[in-house]
Every structure is written in C-alpha cells, then in structure tokens.
Design a protein around this ligand. Structure first.
Ligand code: HDE
Length: 688
C-alpha cells in the first residue's frame, strides 16, 4: 500500500509523460486573442483527464467513510472451530473499514434514517477476508432475487428522482405493505438504530449465518457481531433532520476528527456458534437472513478487537475504490445456503466490473492483499503487473509447472451433502414473518417504542396514498395490536378493530440499546456558552474537568477571537456560536458571569441553543448566574438558592459560583453525559 503513495512535496509540475511544464494558466493560442491550438498537448491532456475523473457511484451504499486499522484475536480458542489464522493467531493484522448509508447518493447527508453499512476488509496472511455487514442484524428480504425490487422501491422515485436518501415515500411503503418478509427489518429501520450518533457508536453484524470450518473439515454455524467499546447510541429524529442541513458530513467528520485526534474507535468482534447438529433446533430457519439468533439463546462470545487508527490519504483512491466482496473468504470461513448470501456472492464481483472499469481492481492499492498473489489471469483494462515468462496456463511444463497447486493452507470448500429437485420456491421454514418483529417490539423500552411509533407516523405521513398507509397498519397489526393502533392514530387510518395474532410475549433484552449503558464520556462533544464578562476561573475549570474525563470541550461565543472575562486572563473562543448548533454537541454548559449571561440571553442563537439541547433530551448544566440563561430558554431547575448540586432529568445545576464548584458537580454532569440522553424528560411542548 505504501509504495503507491504519491507525495508532491518539493516536486515540479510535469505532464503525465514526465515532461516539465513551464506554464499551466493559459492555453497555447495564435496571438493573445487568437484561436487555441490543437497541438497544445498540455491543455488537452489536463482537460481530458479531468473529463474522465468520475466513476459510477455504488448502486447502493454510495455514501461512505473509510479508515485503516488493525484487528487482533484475543486467544486461540476458536482454533477448534476454524483454520482461519487471523481469528486465532493473536497476530495484529491490518484492516480497512468502510461505513456507509444505503439509499442516498454520494453527496447525500449522513444523518438520514437508513441502515448503515459496516464493511471490513481483513488483510490476512491467508488472503483477504471481507466481512460486509450492516449495523442491523437482519435484512429486508430473504432471497437476493428480490434485491433489485427492494432497491428500486427505496431509492428516489424514477419520474422525478425525489426524495433523496429517504425511505419516507410511497414506493418503499407500497413494497413493504405487499412483502411482509420486510417487517422485521422495518421495525429496526424505524427504531433508533437507524440514527446512529456516530459510526464509532454502532454495532455491526454479518447478518447471514456463515460457517466456520476446522482442520478436520468439520463445520460450525456462525453469526458475526461487532460491539463498539463506546456503547451503542443514537440521535433523535428532529436532530437528524437539522444536522442534515447544519453538517451533512456529520458522521464522516466525526470518524475523521476522532482518528486525527488520536481517539481511536474500537470494536470487539464476537461470534455466536451453533453446532451443525442443532441446525433445526430453532423456531426459525438459520438460513433466513430476516432472523436473529437471540443472544439470550446463544451468547455472543468475544473473539478479538479492532481499532481504527489511520485516516486514508485520498478519499477517491481508498474509500471510493475499495471493493468489498462477500465471496472474499479465507480457509476456515465458508458460506451457507442462505439465498441472500448466495446472490451477494455473485453481485459484489459483478458490480465492481462496472464501477471500477474492468477485472483488475484487486490490484488497486487499497484492495491489494498482503498475501502473495500468483495467478494465470492476464491483461485487461488497468493491468498494473508486468508478467514475465511465456506461460499463463495450467498445467504447463515450460515454466516448471508454476504457479503450482499448493498442498497445504489452501481453501477447500466445505463438503456439504445436497440432494433434491431443482425448484423455484420459498422454503416453508422462511414463512413466519412476524414473530421476530414482535420480539423486537417487546424488547424495546417505552421510550424506544415511542420513537418507533413516531417514526412510522412520520414515514407514513409522507406517503400520499391512504390505501398504502392502511395496508402498512394492517401488516403492523400482525406484529402487535397496540403498535398498529398507535401508528394508525397519527396517520389518518382507521385503527384495526382487533388483534389478529396474539403477542407471544417473548423478549430479548439484548435488543434494547438502553440495556447496555456506558460509563464513559470520551469523545463526547460539550459546548460551553460564553460571552464577554464570563467567569474565567469557572470556565477553565469546566474545560479541565471534562477534558480530564476525555470529552471534547469547545467554547462557543457570539464572535470568534478573544472573550474578555469579568476578571482574569482572556479566553479564546473555539467557535462562533452562529456557525454551530446544539445538534452538533452532546451536552451544553453555561458558566456564571452576569454580564456574559445577559449578553447571551439577548442572543437568539444562544437561547435557542439551550432550548434545543433540552428538547433533544441532552444533558444541560449551569452554575451560578449561568442558570438564568437556562430559565430564559424555558429550562427550569429545581434548586433552592444554596450551593448544592441538583440533578433533575439531565439538568445539572448549582447556585455555586466558580470558587465553590465541587467535583460532585462535574461527576454528576459526566454521569448524565455517559447516560447519553435524559429520556425520561418530556419535551414535546418545547418549541425549538
Ligand atoms: Fe450489499 N451490495 N447487497 N448488502 N452491501 C453492495 O457492492 C447486494 C446486503 C452491503 O462499503 C454493492 O461494491 C445484493 C446485505 C455493504 O463498499 C452491491 C444483496 C448486507 C455494502 C450489493 C445485498 C449488505 C454493500 C454495491 C442481496 C448486510 C457497501 C457496491 C442479495 C449484510 C460496501 C458494491 C462498501 C454494497 C449487492 C444485500 C451490506 C450492488 C445483491 C444483506 C455494507 O454489489
């Protein structure tokens, strides 16, 4: 990878042929005002190359962000199950990960309601292994032949190409209402999982059941899971829509900035293993990608750790040209007959041929294996290798039979016994479309349920056809009657009169994000609102205490530059208040300083900032006269006028001025930030 990097420092401009150029601002013409000459090879080359700079964007997952890092297995216990060395050797191996949204174009916003791609390329000594997963553990459809139908339904509608990167339109919901296998995934898509706070704070899933194969050729079914060290956290929908305007690169920037700052994102890889003899012991089919194996039934066992620690040098060369393929497997990892996976094994190679323009994309620097590559494949567009010798066929005697067939370390396909008729028919074992959608609903906390109901209402509210809305509500009645009734109330559809399928009452606590709290606030972005007259000592204390706890703290002031405090040394604003917004931060603090608070109280941006953070259930803190800005923004706190610290639904306040600030204040605030949001806060009436 390193040898292909081009560094233009201390160089002189040349043509592609290496001829030095003395002038690149004017074309070659006859007289200053005369016609341009065809012989101007430099101008022609420059413009021609420019004309050809674009390649087709990915048909799905067009918008993404990538990073390099490494993976390291913890210990060798998986050796009984697989010969894949990277899962057992404990050696650090390089990876490249690309996160993505699915429906939007390359330039679309990051914070749309969508599934997120989580694709990892492991550069192992046995060859490249690609785990091309998502941040949700199930998929919309069961058979790959439905993929073009599904994608056509969710993409912008073909007559006017509206809406961009949004599922809230007629064609998607028309499809969903007629294809009940989508329902389980639609529950995930309407949940907070579709609105990740950060790529660094989302889970990843291989989705399909794969197969591990050991040295004796024995197979074990496996599901892959990524768990983020920082916990799984989401934004709220109103916030997402605002961020899409304020910072459409929100998730991309977050990943980039954290890696640049040395705050490297980490995930733990885990596996759920199922013995072959237990293949039929579940009430769903392991080959059905619209089903999970509940973690309470088969625990996720940790296997290793991935750290992303290096940003790409060039977005196009690396993040755009990276080519993932589900069929990039290494010895010890094999497929199952999941019909979605089987179709993917065709699609990913095929799609690279059009996207990357020919069969040599595996030679692009970002895709190149670290394992040696010796093939008899030759020529083709973009061929980079200069193959020596006369033979490019097997068997040969002229080149001593090389490249020869290896007798160890090879990939040998799992020997599976298959017999029966050739048919085109969905398996009966795939036909329970509702039980796991119900399981998901049952497993949500009340606030997560509220979010799901309002997501359905929002999406169906954008559907123009009442008939489609009605059909969706009727389908939801198969998931849970109360869900269907609650959704119907918001979208002008008559509520289903009665329950059609009794709720089975089962739940899987691992499905609720709120059941995996984090006690860390590292990388959380905290805004401190300041203006001239602010209390410098208290403000510095806020910065120190929160930075010590690994948060990212920024001072926001009405204008850039120096902030002159009431007393003491000037402070420097990190950002101008009106270039930012509360939606770009996890929490907000207002320090004391009557003059500063007075100025901020008259600044609509500052007042709105606090009200909006409050509306989105974010932790809000203030001390001393800083509390007045909270009150101006309609945020009440319950403290009596003493110096105690009060925490009320994520609002952390004290009447104490800076000298009396205790660590209790900062600990309480940090606890609220680690909790992510004060979900118990009712904020529907807040006008922000
Ligand atoms: Fe993909 N998918 N997919 N997909 N997918 C692509 O490949 C496809 C599916 C996923 O960052 C494409 O290189 C079919 C499931 C990710 O470059 C394409 C089917 C899951 C990425 C394609 C599926 C995924 C893709 C477009 C149904 C989660 C982005 C560009 C049979 C487990 C990879 C490309 C990156 C990309 C086809 C279903 C995840 C067209 C036919 C299920 C993360 O080949």
């Amino acid at each position: 990878m390193q040898s292909s990097r081009v560094d233009l420092d201390h160089t002189r401009l040349t043509t592609q042929q290496g001829v030095r150029v003395d002038h690149t601002d004017d074309s070659l013409t006859i007289t200053e005002r005369g016609p341009t000459l065809l012989e101007d090879f430099h101008a022609r080359e420059k413009i021609t190359h420019f004309d050809h700079e674009r390649i087709p964007e990915r048909v799905v997952h067009a918008r993404g962000a990538g990073a390099y890092g490494h993976f390291q297995a913890y210990e060798g216990w998986l050796r009984d199950y697989t010969v894949a060395e990277f899962l057992t050797s404990g050696e650090q191996i390089p990876v490249f990960v690309r996160f993505s949204t699915v429906a939007g174009s390359r330039g679309s916003a990051d914070t749309v309601r969508d599934v997120r791609g989580f694709a990892t390329k492991f550069f192992t000594r046995q060859g490249n292994y690609d785990l091309v997963g998502n941040n949700m553990p199930v998929f919309f459809i069961q058979d790959g032949i439905k993929f073009p139908d599904f994608v056509h339904a969710v993409k912008p509608e073909p007559d006017n190409e509206i809406p961009q990167a949004a599922s809230a339109h007629d064609t998607l919901w028309d499809f969903v209402s007629l294809q009940p296998e989508t329902l389980h995934m639609m529950m995930w898509l309407m949940s907070d999982r579709a609105l990740p706070r950060s790529y660094r704070m989302m889970q990843g899933f291989g989705v399909h059941t794969f197969r591990l194969v050991n040295a004796d050729g024995q197979g074990t079914f496996v599901k892959f899971h990524w768990k983020p060290v920082l916990g799984t956290h989401s934004l709220v929908w109103d916030e997402c829509q605002k961020i899409a305007g304020k910072d459409p690169d929100y998730n991309r920037r977050d990943l980039w900035d954290c890696i640049e700052a040395g705050q490297f994102p980490e995930w733990e890889l885990g596996v759920q293993l199922v013995d072959e003899k237990d293949e039929f012991s579940f009430d769903f089919d392991l080959l059905d990608p619209t089903k999970i194996i509940p973690e309470e039934q088969v625990p996720v066992r940790p296997v290793g750790r991935m750290v992303l620690d290096r940003n790409p040098d060039n977005f196009f060369a690396e993040t755009e040209q990276v080519a993932f393929h589900t069929a990039n497997v290494v010895p010890g990892i094999d497929f199952t007959n999941d019909p979605l996976l089987q179709a993917r094994n065709f699609s990913y190679l095929d799609t690279q041929l059009i996207r990357l323009g020919g069969p040599n994309f595996a030679q692009l620097p970002v895709n190149r294996p670290i394992a040696d590559v010796h093939t008899n494949q030759r020529d083709g567009y973009g061929q980079q290798a200069v193959h020596k010798g006369r033979t490019s066929y097997f068997k040969n005697s002229i080149s001593g039979g090389c490249p020869a067939i290896a007798d160890s370390g090879t990939f040998s396909h799992y020997t599976e016994h298959v017999e029966g008729h050739k048919i085109r028919k969905r398996s009966e074992s795939f036909k329970d479309f509702y039980s796991q959608a119900t399981l998901f609903w049952n497993s949500m906390s009340e606030v997560e349920r509220e979010h799901i109901v309002s997501a359905f209402r929002f999406e169906l509210g954008k559907v123009t056809s009442k008939e489609i809305r009605g059909r969706v509500v009727a389908e939801l009645n198969n998931v849970d009657h109360e869900l269907a009734v609650r959704v119907s109330e918001g979208v002008g559809v008559t509520a289903p009169a009665e329950e059609v399928r009794p709720n089975h009452g089962r739940s899987s606590p691992a499905l609720s994000q709120l059941n995996a709290p984090s006690n860390r606030i590292s990388t959380r972005r905290i805004a401190v609102l300041v203006a001239d007259g602010v209390d410098a000592t208290g403000t510095r204390r806020v910065v120190d205490e929160l930075t010590k706890r690994e948060a990212v703290v920024e001072l926001l002031a009405p204008s850039d530059g120096e902030v002159r405090p009431g007393t003491g040394e000037p402070l420097e604003a990190d950002r101008q208040l009106n270039t930012m917004a509360s939606v770009l931060y996890d929490a907000v603090v207002v320090p004391c300083g009557p003059d500063s608070v007075n100025l901020l109280s008259q600044d609509g941006y500052a007042v709105h900032f606090v009200a909006e953070a409050y509306k989105h259930a974010k932790p809000v803190a203030a001390f001393g006269s800083g509390r007045d800005l909270l009150h101006r923004a309609g945020v009440t706190d319950r403290i009596a006028d003493n110096e105690q610290v009060t925490v009320d639904q994520g609002v952390v306040t004290t009447a104490a001025a800076s000298q009396e600030l205790t660590t209790e204040f900062f600990d309480a605030f940090a606890t609220e930030i680690a909790r992510h949001r004060a979900w118990e806060r009712r904020t529907d009436a807040v006008p922000a």
